[in-house]
Design a binder for this molecule. Structure first.
Ligand code: ADP
Length: 167
């Protein structure tokens, strides 16, 4: 813990559902954070259409990190910088998979800094084996009957299969 108090990082996203790529980023963020808040964005702030409800996504992430007391999971709506300020967090964590992620991420980082100059965005590269993985690809493969067991936690796989069977 630094003299400025605990280093709280926020990892925002849609997490529909959480993948091993997301999990990898959270574990890397824990290497330099006292606490990581995984913040699931509400539908109004999402670009993509969802499969799981926000509550289901939060439950799944909590399950994945049930043995890690430094990880908190919550939903949020409204401005991310307001959410960060409320939680005493000055660091935003984002994952960068490929150059294609860069433009959007760079724009968001600079805009968030414009909205609150004290916020800093940190970009983390995942393990190379997750560098092509996205939740939307997992949803798509699973909905077409493909095997996604190597991309998600077993509990997520189970929920995914049950969810898709309902459809
Ligand atoms: P997705 O693009 O998989 O739907 P989100 O919208 O929930 O993911 O993204 C949340 C954050 O996690 C973003 O910064 C995104 O770039 C990052 N992320 C998602 N999947 C991975 C991965 N496999 N490796 C590294 N970062 C990732």
């Amino acid at each position: 813990m630094s003299e400025r108090g605990p280093q709280v990082s926020i990892y925002p996203g849609s997490f529909d559902p959480i993948t091993l790529g997301h999990e990898d980023i959270v574990r890397r963020a824990l290497l330099f954070s006292d606490r990581v808040i995984v913040a699931v964005a509400h539908t109004a702030t999402q670009r993509k259409q969802g499969l799981f409800t926000i509550r289901e996504r939060v439950e799944l992430i909590r399950h994945v990190f049930h043995d890690e007391p430094r990880v908190a999971v919550t939903e949020f709506s409204g401005l991310l910088v307001d959410f960060a300020r409320t939680h005493g967090a000055r660091m935003l964590v984002r994952g960068l998979r490929a150059v294609s992620d860069f433009e959007y991420e760079f724009q968001m980082a600079l805009m968030n800094r414009q909205l609150w100059p004290e916020i800093e965005t940190v970009f983390l590269a995942p393990d190379v084996k997750y560098s092509y993985l996205s939740a939307s690809l997992v949803r798509e493969i699973a909905s077409l009957g493909g095997d996604v067991a190597e991309f998600v936690d077993p509990a997520v796989l189970d929920r995914l299969q049950r969810k898709l069977a309902q459809k």
